[in-house]
Design a protein around this ligand. Structure first.
Ligand code: NAD
Ligand code: TYD
Length: 354
């Protein structure tokens, strides 16, 4: 079986990927994660005792550590999930985004390049460096504009998007300059189990079950294309196995929703699952001051992925959202652990003066 070095595997998408990879026997996994506020080792409890899973706490920007891990575990592929991932935090403190997303990805590429050079010709041909990126690098669409295609120019608008765009460019450059067999995926907004509740969907679920205000930025008509996280993980594995090196692949849910619609849907699900005698959850909706530079609309054209590699999402938004709400309701110990002091500090910083 192959070995994959996964970075950022204690976060939302990385953890979902690792659990799936071990359940479906895709590969042995080595997980390098710095364990920032967004991570949670409880996400990986299921594989903790698995002898084909190894966890190392560390930073992708630590060249020596990454070099050591590559020599030690000899992976056939690297999947780089590690990132600072929240737009609002990038507005308050962009520095960490440059450090991990740009410098970190660069150091990981450097270590990978030296490792790859030392492989046999056959191993070099098989090796893959898969970089996980976002649709936000393409900027913002008007309601009339065509969905993002892989050949569209980058136009990042937030420090988060700019840092991801920079990392994507380095990945591209390492393919063209050094021949490192890289691949990049640009995915739309994910949702599902184990997402840190700073992002819209889990934040709304948790606030609602606490009967707290449900904050919607601006007029709530900003549009995102939502994809269930397991569909994203399946697409990543497909690109790893069958994608053409040097290429980028867009991944999206073909599921554009305004923020107001998303929040109303969550409220309707909660009205069914945990009805309140005195109010509907939607009465908690509160419009708050907009995010600076808030992108109006994202939409992904994933024709390339579906036509060249045959990928289709399996989950629809209604079924995926019900599963997600139920996961948070059924995992209250996870929720309570995540709602620690530092999360409360974040809520204060982001919402108190809106
Ligand atoms: P997340 O914030 O939930 O998790 C990120 C993980 O990376 C955490 O476990 C954290 O500890 C780790 N990490 C951060 N800095 C690190 C460093 N320097 N070294 C090692 N580990 C580090 O993020 P996510 O939502 O799981 O996103 C994963 C990747 O997917 C990111 O690259 C993100 O840009 C991309 N992406 C996310 C979405 C989404 O909707 N969440 C959509 C498209 C693309
Ligand atoms: P988010 O989950 O932060 O993802 P991204 O900014 O990467 O798309 O936000 C999704 C959308 O929801 C985005 O348009 C901002 C909006 N939003 C709110 O309206 N209220 C909130 O409290 C948050 C966190 C996000």
């Amino acid at each position: 079986m192959q070995t994959i070095l996964v970075t950022g595997g204690a976060g939302f998408i990385g953890a979902n990927f690792i659990l799936l990879a071990r359940r479906l026997q895709w590969a042995n996994i080595v997980n390098l994660d710095k364990l920032t506020y967004a991570s949670n080792l409880e996400n990986l409890a299921e594989v903790q005792a698995d002898k084909n899973y190894n966890f190392i706490q560390g930073d992708i920007a630590n060249f020596e550590l990454v070099t050591y891990l590559l020599e030690q575990y000899h992976p056939d592929a690297i999947i780089n999930f590690a990132a600072e991932s929240h737009v609002d935090r990038s507005i308050f403190s962009p520095q960490e985004f440059i450090q991990t997303n740009v410098v970190g990805t660069f150091q990981l590429l450097e270590a990978s390049r030296f490792y790859w050079h030392k492989l046999s010709f056959e191993q070099q041909k098989k090796f893959r460096f898969l970089h996980i990126s976002t649709d936000e690098v393409y900027g913002s669409l008007t309601p009339q504009e065509q969905a993002f295609r892989e050949d569209m120019p980058y136009a990042p608008n937030s420090p988060y998007a700019a840092s991801k765009a920079a990392s994507d460019h380095f990945v591209r450059a390492y393919y063209h300059t050094y021949g490192l067999p890289t691949l990049t995926t640009n995915c739309s907004n994910n949702y599902g189990p184990m997402q840190f509740p700073e992002k819209l969907i889990p934040l709304i679920i948790l606030n609602a079950i606490d009967s707290k205000p449900l904050p919607i930025y601006g007029d709530g008509q900003n549009i995102r294309d939502w994809l269930y996280v397991i569909d994203h993980c399946q697409a990543i594995y497909l690109v790893l196995k069958q994608g053409k090196t040097g290429e980028t692949y867009n991944i999206g849910g073909m599921n554009e929703q305004s923020n107001v619609k998303v929040v109303e849907k969550i409220c309707a699900i909660l009205d069914e699952l945990v009805p309140q005698p005195n109010f509907h959850y939607s009465s908690l909706i509160t419009f708050v001051q907009d995010r600076p530079g808030h992108d109006r609309r994202y939409a992904i054209n994933c024709h390339k992925l579906s036509h060249e590699l045959g990928w289709q999402p399996q989950e629809n938004f209604d079924s995926g959202l019900i599963k997600t709400v139920k996961w948070y309701l059924n995992n209250i110990s996870w929720v309570n652990q995540v709602r620690s002091g530092s999360y409360q500090k974040w809520l204060k910083q982001n919402y108190e003066n809106r």
